[in-house]
Design a protein around this ligand. Structure first.
Ligand SMILES: Cc1cc2nc3c(=O)[nH]c(=O)nc-3n(C[C@H](O)[C@H](O)[C@H](O)COP(=O)(O)O)c2cc1C
Length: 384
């Protein structure tokens, strides 16, 4: 959030004092909601739950964390999708939800390697879902001990990767060497594209900005985000998912009635206009983009795209970059049709090729992790 701009508009001494009050600030960290990051790898001795304690830290759309895990033994589990955690307005075919599950599976596999295990992942063991996800399993997971198996080097980045929605440093360009490393980080079931300068970088800045603004101006789509906003420590601790607006400053604005769900949703308010400005600032300070394309768009392709996003995101983190997926132009609802067409015209070469992920990258201060539900709450029927 743009602190200076908010303060200029809010203009109230009381708010400024409250926002800067050290005592208040000290109590605003949602400690429990962030605990899964500290617990990863240390809470469970068995290899399966240990690897799963990392997998729940995977990036996923709107931080819905739609994973449900049915433990079958210390080395075997079944992953299903919680159908109450879909995003019908912005993700009508649950394409992005499935990509998030792909991220989860890749992180599971990377974390297993840290203990000398190979993860075997059998996708859609009871058949592939169509346009609508259903109760059938997403994947069957098992672990096999492999003596001498090397740890995946990306494991070292699992706790450092975060989505960063801030403006990025426009004075720091990203080197071509790093862009090549990003391209090489994923399996060859997908095609990773990148840009870090020239006309394409500028076109993508403008395209992602315009698509994001169009989403904010589409009431049904934007309301889905508004409904999932968690403002302030109490809301975040009660529901450690969704869109996280934490910290003493934002919480003060909320208490002062400036930053509320109602005001953010209302196009006549200053809060709404600030939201638009911030969308513009973020998109226009992108110092590069990467995108992940698949041949076709079946559920297997979406899982592969998620697995690839996870790897490229960790590789980017290893190089000190931060990132933010900019998914609006890839979404399948009417208001996005012109953006969808432009992005596919620019970034694909084959008629059936699909852009599954598009993310901005750059350098910025690390803003830290976002909340997670603890692993035990994601286990089927409260297994522990
Ligand atoms: C398929 C997919 C689409 C996403 N789209 C967006 C997006 O359009 N804008 C955004 O800010 N974050 C997007 N994200 C990032 C998620 O919001 C983020 O992963 C989630 O809030 C958890 O935060 P973390 O990545 O910092 O752990 C997306 C993530 C995935 C996997």
């Amino acid at each position: 959030m743009n602190r200076r701009k908010f303060l200029k508009i809010a203009g109230s001494t009381a708010i400024i004092v409250a926002a800067g009050g050290a005592g208040f600030a000290l109590t605003r960290r949602p400690t429990e909601a962030l605990r899964p990051w500290a617990d990863a790898g240390s809470l469970y001795a068995d290899p399966l739950r240990r690897a799963l304690s990392y997998a729940i830290l995977a990036p996923n759309p709107h931080n819905r964390q739609p994973w449900v895990i049915d433990l079958k033994s210390d080395t075997e589990a079944v992953l299903t999708c919680d159908l109450d955690r879909l995003l019908p307005a912005t993700d009508p075919f649950s394409r992005q939800i499935v990509i998030g599950l792909g991220c989860f599976l890749e992180l599971f596999s990377i974390a297993a390697s840290d203990q000398g295990y190979q993860a075997h992942i059998r996708m859609f063991p009871e058949g592939e879902p169509n346009d609508r996800l259903d109760q059938r399993p997403i994947a069957h997971l098992s672990l096999e001990k492999k003596t001498g198996r090397p740890v995946d080097p990306l494991f070292a980045q699992t706790l450092n990767r975060h989505t960063n929605r801030e403006p990025y440093d426009i004075k720091r360009a990203i080197s071509d060497t790093i862009m090549t490393a990003l391209k090489d980080a994923a399996a060859d079931t997908v095609r990773v594209g990148t840009t870090n300068d020239g006309a394409l970088l500028n076109d993508l800045r403008v395209l992602t900005k315009d698509a994001l603004i169009a989403e904010i101006r589409t009431p049904e789509a934007f309301q889905e985000s508004i409904d999932l906003m968690r403002i302030g420590r109490c809301e975040i601790e009660a529901n450690p998912d969704g869109i996280y607006l934490g910290g003493a400053f934002l919480e003060s604005l909320n208490l002062a009635g400036i930053l509320t769900r109602e005001k953010l949703a209302d196009p006549t308010t200053k809060s709404f206009r600030i939201g638009l400005d911030m969308a513009e600032q973020s998109a226009m300070t992108s110092m590069g983009f990467f995108w992940i394309n698949t041949p076709g768009n079946d559920r297997f392709a979406q899982i592969e795209a998620g697995r690839a996003y996870m790897r490229v995101a960790l590789e980017a983190t290893a190089h000190g970059l931060v990132m933010q997926p900019m998914s609006q132009a890839l979404q399948e609802y009417d208001e996005m049709t012109p953006f969808y067409k432009t992005v596919h015209d620019k970034l694909t070469t084959q008629p059936d090729e699909r852009v599954q992920m598009l993310a901005r990258i750059g350098y910025a201060e690390n803003k830290g992790p976002s909340p997670r539900w603890p692993l035990k709450t994601r286990l089927k029927d409260s297994q522990t």
